[in-house]
Design a protein around this ligand. Structure first.
Ligand code: C2E
Ligand code: MG
Ligand code: MG
Length: 728
């Protein structure tokens, strides 16, 4: 007899099906009764299910032996205990149903298939139980009869399935579905509580290259390691990290709206993710870009917030990778511009919109120009000059870099050949160009076609060339060296800079990136010790060193002291057209005297935009002339006394409390009460913003503050005329 059939029989015998309406007494003969007991014992012994009964006080009067065995107790010891003693009825996030059992029992209700956890220490066992109240001839309650069966395996597989539906099987992080659900739930709850919540979107830079060169299993391994690092860095309470698919990650950070702290977190995420990975024995380096949006400022519901974070991510990718960006309302027009750039880059070469300019690289000791670096320029008919920092990454992504790079190479060789004397030309080469097996012959052709001697051509490579297959990379180095060209390692000090590359690759020069040099003259900056060791290593390996981006005399002085051989930077010259190079070299030698500020001032940013100044409930429009972390200079109000407090309104809910520190005629220097923080795009922003909820209140006339701008102004105002322009 099958278990199901037996159970059906006993359910009806015991009247515990939950469906039977009233007690149906079955008249059994003595023979049948005996048979029934044997069947019951058979069934209990089969392990398919068990039975229980209780009295009017809720104490156990019958329990199958298999339950006693499972609980590791004597059957006799269980008899007389309250029925609840068989279960663990604690509350659990997922298993709320358990709590209903005591309620049902005390209400003397019929129940069926209730999931409960068995009172077994250490081993999780789950039962499905049913019970039916019993009444005596007078209609008085006299206990329960019921049955149960083990559902541990079913529950486990249900749980696995729900885990699978919520988590990413590769990395173990939350998946898109779960992130969406959690974010919506959090934002809905926070809306009434007026709490904030930040969302970061992160996308890996150059992940496609890893997948393409090392294969998909390596790509998967990399994603796992990225997830591991993210989990280690992001450990704020209530945070959740998810992988939305591909190389796209999302982090939800409740109750954090401080853009200073969020910026720091984004920076440390980018730094950690950009450290090299060891994958199947190969080393690989990737980067990361981050976009940040904060509720309720940048969106109130999850769709809005994610759209804002996505847009910020798009902007950070467009801004040259390895960066973070906060959402701001201007990003919409920036995104539009970038889309146009992407679309029109393809035709830029054909439409003759590209040209090459050359920036002098100077011998530190003699101030003589020794090399000129070719830099691509794109003048768009509507958008004007577009920086290579913007269009080169787009060209790399859209596979246009090959054609563009070849064109620059040919052009630079031709123009350099026409220059008087033996000055060198340096050409930037993307990893994508370098990874193309035909690249050496492209270089050979450019040399042959222009008749430029190979030793006058220097190729600038970045460490991303080491990302590709090791054998192919070393072959390419050999081929290029055979051609007789020089090789330089560009942008050293950005991303992960490994000195070990220098020992293995035949570089003739290291170019130390400007970001590494910035701030070198400030006390406590450790980069000068590192540059000193780079210089000594380069000298030992007979390589040249060039410091990039030198703008001020203090930096130049520091580079000279450290023994850096060559300098490139605005202190000598910006890039110029080829004709200017020809002209300057006519006398045979081109010597440039350094000219620039005595000290590099990283803080001052010249900006020109209108901002609001609020004083005594009156809002003035003034022109901001420059901005630093600690203060700004404004023009437009007449004779404001020193010490006057203002609230500076930068727009988008960015308000800063400030005090006038200097005042001359229509110009005032204001000092902020709280310093501004990096906005990730080279600009500054306020740490906190005024919540749209509060703004809405302020704007309501009933509060009295709605009169902003209607009071009598205390200061005279002059018209500064210029239209409002971009946020700093
Ligand atoms: P890079 O190779 O590191 O080039 C140096 C960049 O620093 C140039 O920016 C140059 O104008 C800038 N620079 C030079 N001196 C100073 C200074 O004193 N201060 C500051 N703040 N900047 C200075 P540019 O022309 O915008 O080029 C940006 C990057 O675009 C280049 O960085 C290079 O990686 C890439 N690039 C430019 N042209 C090409 C090209 O033809 N092919 C490839 N693959 N990449 C290119
Ligand atoms: Mg370069
Ligand atoms: Mg560089």
């Amino acid at each position: 007899m099958s278990g199901g059939l037996v159970l059906g029989r006993f359910r009806s015998l015991l009247g515990s099906s939950g469906h039977a309406k009233a007690e149906q007494s079955v008249d059994l003969t003595g023979q049948e009764l005996q048979e029934a007991v044997l069947l019951l014992q058979d069934y209990e012994a089969s392990g398919l299910g068990w039975f229980w009964a209780s009295n009017g006080d809720g104490r156990i009067t019958y329990i199958s032996d298999c339950v006693a065995q499972l609980l590791g107790r004597e059957r006799s010891a269980i008899i007389g205990e309250p029925i609840q003693a068989l279960f663990i009825l604690e509350r659990d996030e997922e298993d709320q149903v358990e709590r209903t059992l005591p309620l049902l029992l005390s209400a003397r209700k019929t129940f069926s298939d209730l999931q409960v956890r068995a009172a077994i220490e250490g081993k999780e066992t789950w039962w499905s139980i049913s019970g039916r109240p019993q009444f005596d001839g007078n209609g008085d309650f006299c206990g329960y009869r019921g049955n149960g069966n083990d559902i541990t395996a079913t529950r486990q597989s249900q749980r696995d399935a729900s885990r699978l539906a919520q988590y990413d099987s590769l990395t173990g992080l939350a998946n898109r579905h779960r992130m969406g659900k959690r974010l919506s739930a959090t934002l809905t709850a926070y809306q009434t509580a007026k709490r904030s919540c930040a969302v970061m979107m992160m996308d890996l830079d150059r992940f496609k290259a890893v997948n393409d060169t090392l294969g998909h299993p390596a790509g998967d391994e990399l994603l796992k390691q990225v997830a591991g690092r993210l989990t280690r860095i992001v450990n704020e309470a209530g945070c959740e990290i998810g992988r939305l698919g591909g190389d796209e990650f999302q982090i939800m950070i409740p109750d954090l709206e401080d853009r200073g702290r969020l910026g720091e977190l984004a920076k440390s995420i980018i730094t950690m993710v950009s450290q090299p990975y060891q994958i199947e024995g190969s080393r690989c380096v990737i980067g990361a870009s981050v976009g940040i949006a904060i509720a309720p400022y940048d969106g109130i519901n999850s769709e809005e917030l994610i759209r804002s974070a996505d847009l910020a991510l798009y902007a950070s990718k467009g801004g040259g990778r390895g960066q973070f960006r906060f959402y701001s309302s201007e990003l919409h027009s920036e995104a539009e511009r970038r889309r146009q750039i992407e679309e029109e880059l393809r035709d830029a070469l054909a439409n003759d919109q590209m040209h090459v300019v050359y920036q002098p690289i100077i011998d530190t000791k003699t101030n003589r120009v020794v090399t000129l670096e070719a830099l691509a320029r794109w003048t768009h008919p509507e958008l004007g000059d577009i920086s290579p920092g913007v269009f080169i990454p787009i060209a790399e992504e859209t596979n246009l870099i090959g054609a563009l790079g070849d064109w620059v190479l040919k052009r630079a060789c031709m123009e350099a050949k026409a220059w008087p004397g033996g000055v060198r030309v340096a050409v930037n080469v993307s990893a994508a160009q370098f990874g193309n097996t035909g690249f050496a012959s492209v270089v050979a052709q450019a040399l042959a076609h222009s008749e430029l001697p190979p030793e006058r051509l220097e190729l600038e490579l970045t460490e991303s060339v080491f990302l590709g297959d090791e054998g192919a990379t070393s072959d390419m180095f050999t081929q290029l060296k055979l051609l007789g060209v020089r090789l330089a390692l560009d942008d050293f000090g950005t991303g992960y800079s490994s000195l070990s590359y220098l020992q293995h690759a035949p570089f003739d020069k290291i170019k130390i990136d400007k970001s590494f040099i910035r701030g070198i003259t400030q006390p406590g900056n450790r980069n000068s010790a590192i540059i000193a060791s780079i210089v000594s290593l380069a000298t030992a390996l007979e390589m040249d060193t060039t410091a990039e981006g030198i703008e001020a005399h203090d930096e130049l002085h520091a580079m000279r002291k450290l023994g850096v051989k060559q300098i490139q930077g605005y202190i000598y010259a910006a890039a110029v057209p080829s004709d200017d190079v020809t002209e300057a070299l006519l006398s045979g030698e081109w010597v440039i005297e350094p000219e620039g500020p005595s000290k590099y001032r990283p803080e001052r940013r010249t900006v020109l935009r209108k901002v609001g100044l609020i004083h005594d409930d009156h809002r003035y429009e003034v022109m901001m002339r420059n901005l630093s972390r600690t203060g700004c200079m404004v023009e437009g109000l007449l004779d404001v006394p020193v010490g006057t407090p203002f609230v500076v309104d930068f727009g988008d809910g960015q308000l800063a409390v400030a005090v006038v520190r200097r005042s001359a005629g229509s110009t005032q220097g204001l000092e902020f009460e709280q310093q501004l923080v990096d906005d990730g795009a080279g600009g500054l922003c306020t740490r906190h913003r005024v919540s749209p909820y509060i703004l809405a209140q302020v704007m309501t006339p009933a509060t009295g503050a709605g009169s902003l701008g209607l009071t009598i102004p205390r200061f005279g105002q002059i018209d500064t005329g210029k239209p409002r322009s971009k946020v700093a």
